[in-house]
Design a protein around this ligand. Structure first.
Ligand code: F6R
Length: 242
């Protein structure tokens, strides 16, 4: 595990973008696993800047997002489809057919989960998986539980997750109760994982995740078993590491 701490948000975003852009420069046909939420917004801005400078092309890249809410219309401003279009996809040359996000409005959600896993399988392995961290230790929407699920599945969002994401909606009542998420088995199969964590409010959970016992109560603690994990932290998030 390689942990790097930054004293500014700008430097952290730049470092994360460099890793992702560098991956595509090395392997133009790279398969990327992508995250949403507050953490990657500045990283995507940097990536778009690199694209506009002609440093990278996404023509041959394939992407798989971690998750999507269930029953939130795709064109809702807070759907992860809208988020990805607004923050990344509409600014780069990634062909639409090579972008994948689970369909939380599918008539048969179980079938959609199987279809998503098959698409990931068909693309080969995820070369680089970008992850944020939930306050309860979730990665993707794999919430703390007595057992974790390998593949894509339907998940009941934890109250803590709905509370954290209420800032993006008018009220907590508007935050969907369910999501589709890639499973931890798929996440851990990625060749390289880039975990990015920002803010003093994540200092306790990042310590538990990286330096506590490996337990399904803190899904991110499973990342300790990954052979190629890079962790980028701001100094506030790193504040409680031993
Ligand atoms: C997003 C995702 C989540 C977030 C996590 C942190 O696709 O899967 O695990 O990465 O909830 O969210 P932020 O960055 O908003 O603190």
């Amino acid at each position: 595990m390689n942990i790097i701490t930054f004293d500014s948000d700008a430097k952290l975003n730049e470092a994360a973008a460099n890793i992702i852009v560098g991956q595509i420069q090395t392997i133009p046909r790279a398969v990327l696993g992508l995250a949403t939420g507050g953490t990657p917004v500045g990283i995507y801005k940097e990536i778009v800047r690199d694209y506009e400078r002609g440093m990278v092309s996404f023509r041959n890249v394939t992407t798989f997002n971690l998750d999507e809410y269930v029953n939130l219309p795709i064109d809702h401003p807070e759907s992860y489809h809208s988020y990805m279009n607004a923050n990344l996809f509409s600014h780069i040359d990634l062909p639409e057919s090579q972008r994948h996000i689970p369909d939380g409005n599918a008539a048969d959600l179980e079938a959609e989960c199987r279809r998503y896993d098959e698409a990931i399988e068909l693309s080969g392995q995820i070369d680089l998986q970008l992850l944020g961290l939930g306050h309860n230790g979730h990665i993707g929407f794999n919430e703390p539980a007595h057992a974790l699920i390998k593949g894509t599945h339907i998940v009941e969002l934890a109250e803590k997750t709905r509370e954290a994401n209420a800032r993006f909606f008018d009220s907590i009542d508007d935050v969907p109760k369910q999501a589709l998420t890639m499973g931890v088995g798929t996440i851990l199969k990625a060749k390289k994982i880039l975990l990015v964590v920002k803010g003093a409010d994540k200092a306790d959970i990042i310590r538990e995740a990286l330096q506590g016992p490996i337990t399904t109560d803190v899904p991110a603690s499973l990342l300790q078993t990954h052979p190629n994990l890079i962790v980028l932290l701001d100094s506030a998030a790193a504040g409680k590491l031993a």
